[in-house]
Structure formats: structure tokens, C-alpha cells
Design a protein around this ligand. Sequence first.
Ligand code: CUA
Length: 328
Amino acid sequence: MLRKPLAALVLAAAALAVAAPALAGNGGFAPVPPQSPNAERITTTYWVILAFTGAIFVLVEGALIYFIVRYRRRGRPIDQEGPQIRGHNRLELAWTIAPVVILAIIGTVVFYELPGIQDVPKASAAGPRLEIHVEGRQFYWNFRYPNGVIAVDRLRVPVNRVVRLEVTAPTYDVIHSWWVPALGGKIDAIPGKVNETWFQVDKPGLYRGQCAELCGIQHAAMLNAVEVLPQAEYDRWIEEQAGEQQNPRGETALGRATYREVCAKCHGFRREGLIGPALTEATVANTEALKQLLAEGRGAMPPVGRDWDKAQVDALIAHLQAGSQGGG
Ligand code: CUA
């Protein structure tokens, strides 16, 4: 009697163990491979908690199925009572002590890992930490580097450096949430409040994320990415950007990125209109009206460009006006 359900249970557990890695790889059930020390600690915590909760799940659901089969009615009259059992000291002690021990282990692991997740290291072997100001806005991320360089949605950083992010949102915007899963946990971008998070990546590459707080109609389009570059490549890029943003001549990378990440999400990549109206030649040609539109918004359009640096406003307008002559 006992053998068959137990065998079924063992088989089911074995099948789950075989299927789990496949599910983890394809189904997105497991965290993405961590690429930063804080993300590694979050992943460790995840697996420790999953081990206990997974074992408890199999035990409880297995016992449930076993009892359903083992003690089924088998034609007994419905009002016949089963044997009356009262008290079992050892069993009761066991189910009191076991959860206490499990919670103590999970608590210990979490409090051991937590400082390495939260506390930003002062520096790394590659040099002092890089401080980036991150602003979440409807529906883009604006970054400011220590030398004043501005970037939108894609953050470029050097390899092996501790990067500290000061994450916030303007007081007239809404709450967003910064999250690049491979580089650590979520951190909210709250209007008027500054939160901090950090990462350090030892492998060049592109790490993608997504705003993780429902923030309005284009929340799904509010993507973010961190591009980790070899040091020399990063130095070249940041210098080039500083030069171009301080002394712009015609169209710039900042202007293109600002149009693509701030305007196009609502007005279309070719200004054809999407959830926002098409941008006409007349709108684009009127510099003063454009500046006012950016600063004040209109109707459903948020003031996407209020408090921007002059460099970013000018870069966007130069891009729009160059495009209206050139077509794209
Ligand atoms: Cu910003 Cu969702």
C-alpha cells in the first residue's frame, strides 16, 4: 500500500529535478546570470530560499496527494468517523522547531549577504568609483556623468570600475524603477528623493533592463541598457561626447539619442505619429514653440524637457531641424 504512492512521489520529484534546469534556461524562472558582486549575492539568496521553499512545497504537496489516495473513502458510509487521535508531543515539537530553524538559517544568510548588496564600495582596483546621476522620467532615463556629459537610456561605463548610481525623478514626474537584472536589484526613482545603487562589471558587454514600476502609457517602452566598455574605448567615447556636447556643430549623437528615446516613443521614429500626434514641418521649424512644448508639455504630453541642460535642448532642436531638411 505504502510503496506505490511513494514511488510515484519519488518519480515526480526526479522528473522535476531533470526539468528544472531546462525550465530555468528557457522559461525565465531563474534569475539571469549575475555580472556584478551585488547581483551575485542576490542570486545566492534566491537559491537558498528556493531550496527550502522548494523542499517544503514537494513535501507538503506530496503528502497531500499521498493522503488523498491512501485515505480515500472506499465505499465507507459518509457518517463513519475515523480513529480519534489526540496529542503527539514529538510530532508537535518537530513542526514547531523545524520552521524556527529554517527561518533562522534564511535570516542568517540574508543578513550576511545584505551589506554586500547595499553598501557601495569606495573604490576598485581600476580606480575611484564613477558617480552617475540617473533621472527616471516619462518615459526615458536621463544620465549625467561627472564631467557634465548627458546620455539617454543607454549608460556607457568602463569595465572593472565601481559605478554608483544616484537614482531620482523630478518632483512633477511619477515613480519609476531602475532595474538591470544582471547588475543587481531594483531601485525606485522617486520624485524628489535620491536613492543609490551600484554595480561593477568585469566583462565588457551589453546588459539590458526595463523600468520596473508601472508609470504610464509608455511604461513598456521605458527600456534601459548598460554598455560596459574596455577602459580605452570608454575614455575615447566620453571625451568625444564632452567635445561634441560643449561645442556642437549641427547634428550630434545626443540629439539623435534624445529624439529616439524621448520623442519617438510617442511620436514615431519618422515623426509619423503614434500615440502622440505626427510632428509637422511647421511644429519643427518653430524653435520657440518647441522649447515651450518641451518645458510645459501639452494635453497628454508630459513636460519631457523641463529642467534639461541647454545642451540637450539645443541638441534635440538641431536634430529635428536638420532632419526636416534631410528627410529622416
Ligand atoms: Cu517608468 Cu515604468
